[in-house]
Design a protein around this ligand. Structure first.
Ligand code: NAG
Ligand code: NAG
Ligand code: NAG
Length: 717
C-alpha cells in the first residue's frame, strides 16, 4: 500500500533516521475446479460493466478499507482489501503482532501457522475479505526500507514462512494476497526502477516463495511497483501470464499494488486482474477497451472467474461478517474487538524470535536474586517523550521504543508493553532500576550504568515503507551511547530493535557481555523481552539475515542515481554470497545462542527412499539425526539442513533446504527426521525452462547455523 499522507512528518524526522474471539473456522473446502464452476454461474449473470466493477477499486480513500470494490446488486458483494502483514491496519480492537522478520527468526512452523490463524480470525472479524500479506520479498540488501515486513534473505525460509502464514490466514476463510510480485527489494525509486534479473535468479531466489505459495493454494497475489527487465510488474506479460498463470497454474487473482497500474489494455491483457485503489486505468476505460476490441470479453470473464472463485473457495459466500473498520475512515461503523487471546501468540512469538548474539560469563539470564540493580539506558527502552505516547510505529519518532515498522506494514497498537515496563514487572521490587537519561546524555547514561550491577543499553533503527536506510548504523546516537555505557559497566548488555542488520563497531568491547536482537516484536515487546532476559524462555531465535563486519562486505548497496537495478549477484544473496566469496560475517544467517547446549550425532541417510514422480509427499532423500540437550536448562534447538549441490548445478556452497525446531528438556535427546524431495534437490535449468536434478555428489550439512555445521554426509543422484 502506498504511504502518502505522512511524508511531511517523515521529512522532518528523516535527518535523525539513522469481540470476541470468533472461532469462525471456515476452511477452504472447495477445489479450484469446484469454485470455478460456482463462479461461472455468477459470471454468466453479469453484464460487462458489472464484471469490470469487481476488478476496479472504487478510488483512493473512499473507504471503509484500503481497497474496495462495489457490490453487484444481488450477485456479488463489496470486497474489502486491507493491510497488512502484522495486523488489521488503521482500526482499533485489533492485535499489533510481531513483524515478518521476527516471524522468520522464530524458525517455528507451528508458531507461524498460529500467527496466520489469529490474523485470519481478526481480518475476518473486521469483515476484511482480503489480507494484504504475507510479504515474501527478499532481504537482498540491509538498506531496504521494508525488510522488517519480509521473512529474510533465504528463499526456502521465506517459502515456509509464507506458506504457513497463508494456510493459517486462509483456514479462517480470509483470502491471503501474497506480495509483492516481484523483485521489489528496495524503496528508492520504487515506482520506476527496473529490476534486471536472469531467469535462474528469478526462479531459484525471488519466485521461489511465490511458487511455494501457489502450490499451497494461495488465492491472490499482489504485483509490485517496480519494473522487471524494463516492464512494469503489473503489466508484465512474462511474469503475470506466462510464468504465474500458465507455467505455475495459478488459479486465483492478481491485484496491483496501490497505484502500481500504468495502463489499461496492456495490464488487462498481460494478466492484471484487479486494479487498486482504482478506478483510473480500469472502470470505464476497461469497458471501453473491450467495446473497442482491444481487450476480449473472454479476458474479462477469466478475471471475473478468478475473483469470484477465490471468494467461493474461501467460503466467503456464506456468513461473512460485515466490514467494521472504525478508527480512520468511517467512525459510524460499529466497533468490533477481535483481539481475543491473541496477545499470547504475540508474546510467545516475540520471545521465540529474539536472537541472542553474544553471551559471556553467563551474564544472561538475569537472576533477580543475584542482580540487585539494573540500569536501563536508552529511549528505546521506554515510552515516546514527544507526542506523549507509544507512537513509534505508524510514523517515525525521535524517542520511545520501536516495536513495528511504518507504512502499510503497521497497525494501531491496542497497547504497548515497553521494555522498561516488561523488565520492571518481571524483576520485581528487589531489583533497583536506574533509568532516565536521554540518548545524547552520555554522562547521565554513564553514571546510571556505573551504579548498577548490570546495564542494559537499548538502541534501534526505525524504518518504514517508501524509504530505504541511509546507512547501516543505529539511530539516535546509538553507537556512542553503547560505548559510553560499556566504559562504565563491565556487565553491559546491548539490546537492539532493528529491521535487519546493523553494524556493531563496539562488538568486541570487553565489557559488552551480551548482545540481543529483538527485531520489531509488536505490542508485547517488553514482556517477550523479559521472558528471554530472565530465562523464563530460553532463546531459540535465529538470524534470518547476515550481519556483516563491514558495510562493504554486502554485495548490494542502494544507489540514488541508478534506476536500472541489476541483480548481478544472481543467486548469491545473503549468506550464499558470503559463503561463495569466503567473507567472514560478524554473525551468520541461522545464528543464535541458547542458555543451554545441544549435541548433534548419528546422522543417517536413506537415499532413494521413494518414488519421486507420483505424489507431492514423496521424497528422494530422508535423513535422521540425534539431537541431545547437553546443558543444564530446558530449551529449543533449530536444526538446520543445508544442501551442497554438485558443481555443475551452479549453486552457492550450501543452501537451506530444511529446518525443525525441537524442544528438549535438559539431558533429553530426540531423533529429528528431515526429507528432501525433488523440489529441494532441483535447480533451475534456463535452457530447458524447468527444474532439473543434476547428477553427481550432493552434501547434506546439518548444523546450528549456516556456518556451524555439526554433521555432514554425501549422497549421489
Ligand atoms: C531479463 O532479460 C534478460 C536478458 O535479456 C533475460 O535473460 C532474462 O531471462 C529476463 N528476465 C526476466 C525475469 O524476464
Ligand atoms: C525480595 O527479597 C526478599 C528477601 O530476600 C524475599 O523474601 C522476597 O520474596 C523478594 N521479593 C521478590 C519480589 O523477589
Ligand atoms: C524419525 O524416524 C524414526 C525412525 O524412522 C522414528 O523412530 C522417530 O520417531 C522419528 N522422529 C520423529 C520426531 O518423528
Amino acid at each position: 500500500m502506498k504511504f502518502v499522507s505522512l511524508s511531511l512528518l517523515i521529512f522532518l524526522f528523516a535527518g535523525i533516521k539513522g469481540q470476541t474471539d470468533q472461532q469462525n473456522e471456515k476452511s477452504s473446502s472447495l477445489s479450484w475446479d469446484e469454485a470455478y464452476q460456482k463462479a461461472d454461474v455468477l459470471v454468466k449473470k453479469m453484464t460487462l460493466e458489472q464484471k469490470v466493477s469487481i476488478m476496479t477499486g472504487n478510488g483512493i480513500g473512499k473507504g471503509p478499507c484500503v481497497g474496495n470494490t462495489e457490490a453487484v446488486d444481488g450477485i456479488f458483494p463489496k470486497i474489502c482489501y486491507q493491510d497488512g502483514p502484522i495486523g488489521v491496519r488503521g482500526t482499533s480492537g485489533v492485535t499489533a503482532g510481531v513483524s515478518g522478520i521476527n516471524t522468520a527468526a522464530s524458525f517455528d512452523k507451528e508458531a507461524i501457522r498460529q500467527r496466520g490463524e489469529y490474523l485470519g480470525e481478526e481480518f475476518r472479524g473486521k469483515g476484511a475479505n482480503v489480507y494484504l500479506g504475507p510479504d515474501v520479498n527478499m532481504v537482498r540488501t540491509p538498506y531496504a526500507g521494508r525488510n522488517f515486513e519480509t521473512f529474510g534473505e533465504d528463499p526456502y525460509l521465506s517459502g515456509v514462512a509464507g506458506v504457513e502464514t497463508l494456510l493459517g490466514v486462509q483456514s479462517r476463510g480470509v483470502i491471503a494476497q501474497i506480495k509483492h510480485l516481484i523483485a521489489n527489494e528496495q524503496e528508492t525509486w520504487r515506482n520506476s526502477y527496473s529490476a534486471n534479473l536472469d531467469d535462474k535468479t528469478l526462479n531459484e531466489v525471488y519466485l521461489w516463495p511465490f511458487e511455494e505459495a501457489i502450490n499451497a493454494g494461495v488465492a491472490s497475489i499482489m504485483c509490485s511497483y517496480n519494473k522487471i527487465n524494463g516492464t512494469h510488474a503489473c503489466e508484465n506479460e512474462y511474469i503475470l501470464n506466462n510464468v504465474v498463470k500458465k507455467r505455475l497454474s495459478f488459479k486465483g487473482f492478481i491485484t496491483s499494488d496501490w497505484l502500481a497500474t500504468h495502463s489499461t489494455v496492456d495490464s488487462a491483457n498481460h494478466g492484471l486482474d484487479v486494479n487498486m485503489p482504482g478506478p483510473y486505468h480500469y472502470g470505464d476505460r476497461l469497458v471501453k477497451a473491450v467495446k473497442d476490441g482491444q481487450v476480449t470479453e473472454a479476458t474479462i470473464n477469466d478475471k471475473a472467474l478468478r475473483i469470484i472463485s477465490a471468494w467461493y473457495k474461501l467460503g466467503q459466500d456464506s456468513g461473512y461478517p460485515a466490514v467494521n473498520m472504525d478508527a480512520i475512515r468511517s467512525s459510524k461503523d460499529q466497533k468490533v474487538d477481535v483481539q481475543g487471546n491473541h496477545k499470547q501468540y504475540v508474546r510467545s512469538l516475540g520471545a521465540g524470535s529474539t536472537v541472542l548474539l553474544k553471551n559471556q560469563n553467563q551474564v544472561l539470564p538475569l537472576l533477580p536474586g543475584k542482580v540487585k540493580s539494573l540500569a536501563i539506558i536508552g529511549t528505546d527502552a521506554g515510552d515516546s517523550m514527544i507526542l506523549g505516547n507509544k507512537l513509534c510505529g505508524t510514523a517515525p519518532c525521535l524517542t520511545g521504543t520501536v516495536a513495528m515498522g511504518g507504512g502499510s506494514g503497521s497497525a494501531n497498537y491496542p497497547y504497548l508493553v515497553t521494555p522498561l515496563e516488561g523488565i520492571k514487572n518481571r524483576a520485581g521490587s528487589n531489583v533497583t532500576i536506574h533509568h532516565g537519561a536521554t540518548d545524547i546524555d552520555l554522562v547521565g547514561a554513564s553514571s546510571k550504568a556505573k551504579k548498577s550491577d548490570v546495564a542494559i543499553v537499548f538502541s534501534n533503527v526505525f524504518t518504514m515503507e517508501a524509504f530505504d536506510r541511509q546507512n547501516l548504523k543505529l539511530n539516535r546516537n546509538g553507537d556512542a551511547l553503547i560505548k559510553a555505557v560499556a566504559r562504565a559497566n563491565k556487565n553491559t548488555i546491548v539490546l537492539i530493535h532493528s529491521p535487519s542488520a546493523v553494524l556493531m563497531p563496539w562488538i568486541d568491547h570487553p565489557n559488552i557481555k551480551a548482545v540481543v536482537w529483538a527485531g520489531y516484536p509488536g505490542q508485547e515487546s517488553g514482556n517477550s523481552l523479559a521472558d528471554v532476559l530472565f530465562g523464563d524462555v530460553n532463546p531459540s531465535g535465529r538470524l534470518p539475515y547476515t550481519i556483516a563486519k563491514n558495510k562493504e562486505d554486502y554485495p548490494v548497496d542502494i544507489s540514488l542515481a541508478q534506476r536500472q537495478v541489476d541483480y548481478t549477484e544472481g543467486v548469491f544473496v545473503g549468506y550464499r554470497y558470503f559463503d561463495q566469496h569466503k567473507i567472514d560475517p560478524l554473525f551468520e544467517f541461522g545464528f543464535g545462542l541458547s542458555y543451554t547446549t545441544f549435541a548433534y550425532s548419528n546422522l543417517n541417510l536413506k537415499s532413494g527412499g521413494k518414488d519421486t514422480t507420483s505424489s507431492s509427499s514423496s521424497y528422494l532423500v530422508e535423513a535422521s539425526i540425534k539431537i541431545e540437550n547437553t546443558g543444564d536448562k530446558d530449551g529449543a534447538e533449530i536444526v538446520q539442513a543445508y544442501i551442497g549441490f554438485p558443481s555443475a548445478a551452479g549453486q552457492p556452497p550450501k543452501v537451506l533446504r530444511g529446518f525443525e525446531k525441537v524442544f528438549l528438556k535438559h539431558s533429553q535427546s530426540t531423533t529429528v527426521n528431515l526429507t528432501f524431495g525433488k523440489r529441494e534437490l532441483s535447480v533451475w535449468d534456463s535452457g530447458k525452462g524447468n527444474w532439473v536434478l543434476t547428477s553427481g555428489v550432493y552434501t547434506l550439512y546439518i548444523g546450528a547455523s549456516s556456518r556451524d555445521i555439526r554433521q555432514s554426509t554425501t549422497f549421489s543422484i
